[in-house]
Each structure stands twice: as structure tokens, then as C-alpha cells.
Ligand binder design. Structure first.
Ligand code: ATP
Ligand code: MG
Length: 309
């Protein structure tokens, strides 16, 4: 690949009847990187992916994917990518083998290649036993797993995974995470998800998009350091008098009290110091633990708590 980046966008924008779904974004995704695009409903994630896969024409700007321009060389782009769309693209009356075969043929694979690769992929996502059943008899989670491996049949360099674990049970979700993790470094992956734990676990880089604009970019740890409270302590107590609470509030930046639970925030928080303080005033401490910031804290801090369409 001649480019430094597997995917790069240049002020990429899409308007739908005056609505700026994607509003001039500049993304750079390195080869072999797992890049997560996170954002509330309607933020512009799927629209971005559709433009990168040449399924939707940008209103303004452009992008290079695998070194090719999405406007001028869509055929070349399509040969290097695999897409697992948010809305599943399965033929309900065909079985898994037939669905995979259909995609393999589109990509010019031989029957032998398709058979071997399908078996490997079906095994990997636990569908081999049911591979002869018509897809219409599958559960939602099974359909989503098949939808994911359709994107992988031709072993593409770059993968676009739009909510690959939507609606999966915790076991299936973890199985998919492990599978995606096993692809890390070997494939360039652009992932969208609403599961912050998933993004935290898998991502090298995270971009947060809101109303079509990139509002934060960094590794999960960089984002937590920048946008979440790091010195948070949760203490469960009994016998906390009002005057002691006032004393605590004078000492620490934020002290929230809900029933017998205290949440104390200060950058250089010392767990022992707080516990000693409470003991010295005869407050019973049942538990005290430092709370690690999560990507969900970051997400809510940046995008707010207002409901989206
Ligand atoms: N074909 C279309 N015609 C008109 N508006 C559209 C079209 N596709 C998307 N939009 C609008 O563009 C905005 C972005 O939608 P998009 O599907 O990209 O969001 P998203 O970030 O993928 O959201 P979600 O998390 O719900 O999947 C929304 O306001 C949506 O209604
Ligand atoms: Mg979407």
C-alpha cells in the first residue's frame, strides 16, 4: 500500500435534505489499527462507513481507502474491503454455506477456496453445526454472527464493522470480541459500537462523533485521563454525622452522599488518608475502593445525557 494510512478522510461530509449527517471529518486510520467510531444514535457513524465503502456519495470532501479514492476508484476500494453492515444483509431462504458462497463468488473466489474459508469462519463463530439450516430459522444472534463472517469470506485488508455485536447475548458478544481481537494487527478495522466496554477492550484509537463532527480523539487511556475523573473513591459508611460531612466537603473537591454511600473526588486522592479521617471520627467504614474511570464516563461527559433521535 503506497499510503501511510489505510483509511484517511478529507473534510468528508454528507447532507440529507439540509441535515448535516457528517459534517467535514478528517480521520486517519493506520494500517493494522483497530479504530472505533463512537457516538450517540444519529451521530453519523453509519453514514461515514457507507461513504468509505462507496455505498453513498459524499456531498463534500473525499476519502482514501487502501490507497484509493472513494470518488474516482470505487471498484479498487471495494476489492480491498469487507463490510458487516448494521442492518444484516442475509438471504433468509438460503443456508449459511449458500450465503457465504454467494459473497465468495462476488469476490471471484473458487468453490474450493469458498468451502475451506467458510468452514473455518463458521467454526470460529460457532455456526458450523447449524450451517445447513435456512437462515430464516436462525435467532437474531446467529444472524448477526453470520453477517459478520460474510464480511471476512475474501480475507480483506480493511474491515468495516458497524455494530457487530448488536443484540447479542453476553457469551456471543465475548466470542465476537475474541474473534475481532484475534484479527488485531493483521487487519485494519473500523468498528462502531454502543458497548463502551467493547470499545475499551478492543480499540487502539477511539474517535467520538456527535452531530456529524469529531469531538474527541485518542487512545482509550488518553481519553479517560483527559475527560474523566481519575481520583474517585467510593466509601460505604455508617454513622456519618452532618458536621463530619461538612468537614469532608471542605477538604475534597466533590463529595456526593447517597444514603450511606460517599463518592469523593480529588486528583491526588489517598485512600488511607480518607479512611483514617473517618475512623478518627468514629465513623464505621464498610468498604472503600478507588473507582477506575471508564470509557462510558468519557462518552457521557463529552456527548451529554440528552436523548438523541
Ligand atoms: N438515507 C437517509 N436519508 C435521510 N436522512 C438520513 C439517511 N441516512 C441517515 N440519515 C440521517 O443522518 C443522521 C446520521 O445517521 P446515521 O445512520 O449515520 O447515524 P449513526 O451514528 O449510525 O446512528 P446509530 O447509532 O443509531 O446507528 C441521522 O439524523 C439520520 O436520520
Ligand atoms: Mg448506525
Amino acid at each position: 500500500m503506497s499510503d501511510d494510512f489505510a483509511v484517511q478522510t478529507f473534510e468528508l461530509a454528507k447532507e440529507f435534505n439540509g441535515l448535516r449527517a457528517v459534517d467535514g471529518i478528517d480521520l486517519k486510520i493506520r494500517e493494522g489499527e483497530l479504530f472505533s467510531l463512537l457516538g450517540p444514535n444519529g451521530a453519523g457513524k453509519t453514514t461515514t462507513i457507507n461513504m468509505l465503502c462507496c455505498l453513498l456519495k459524499p456531498t463534500k470532501g473525499t476519502a482514501r481507502v487502501a490507497g484509493y479514492d472513494v470518488l474516482n476508484e470505487p471498484g479498487k476500494v471495494k476489492g480491498h474491503i469487507g463490510v458487516s453492515p448494521q442492518e444484516t444483509v442475509l438471504s433468509e431462504r438460503l443456508n449459511s454455506w449458500e450465503n457465504l458462497s454467494l459473497f465468495g463468488k462476488i469476490y471471484g473466489m473458487s468453490s474450493k477456496e469458498i468451502r475451506e474459508r467458510s468452514e473455518e469462519l463458521l467454526e470460529r463463530v460457532g455456526l458450523l453445526d447449524r450451517a445447513k439450516d435456512q437462515v430464516r430459522k436462525f435467532s437474531g444472534g446467529m444472524k448477526r454472527r453470520l453477517n459478520l463472517i460474510l464480511a471476512l469470506i475474501h480475507d480483506p485488508q480493511i474491515l468495516f464493522l458497524d455494530e457487530p455485536t448488536l443484540g447479542l447475548d453476553p457469551q456471543s458478544r465475548r466470542a465476537i470480541w475474541e474473534y475481532i481481537e484475534s484479527l488485531k494487527g493483521k487487519k485494519t478495522i473500523l468498528l462502531t459500537t454502543h458497548y463502551m466496554e467493547e470499545a475499551d477492550f478492543l480499540s487502539d484509537m477511539v474517535a467520538i462523533i456527535d452531530s456529524g463532527k469529531i469531538v474527541a480523539l485518542g487512545t482509550p487511556n488518553e481519553l479517560k485521563k483527559k475527560f474523566a475523573d481519575t481520583g474517585v473513591l467510593r466509601v460505604s459508611t455508617k454513622g456519618l454525622r452532618k458536621d463530619i460531612l461538612e468537614e469532608l466537603k471542605a477538604e475534597y473537591e466533590t463529595v456526593n452522599e447517597t444514603a450511606e454511600e460517599l463518592k469523593i473526588v480529588r486528583d491526588d486522592l489517598d485512600l488511607k488518608e480518607v479512611v483514617d479521617f473517618l475512623y478518627s471520627r468514629n465513623v464505621s467504614v464498610y468498604s472503600a475502593a478507588r473507582e477506575e474511570p471508564t470509557l462510558e464516563d468519557v462518552f457521557l461527559r463529552i456527548t451529554g445525557k440528552r436523548l438523541r433521535d
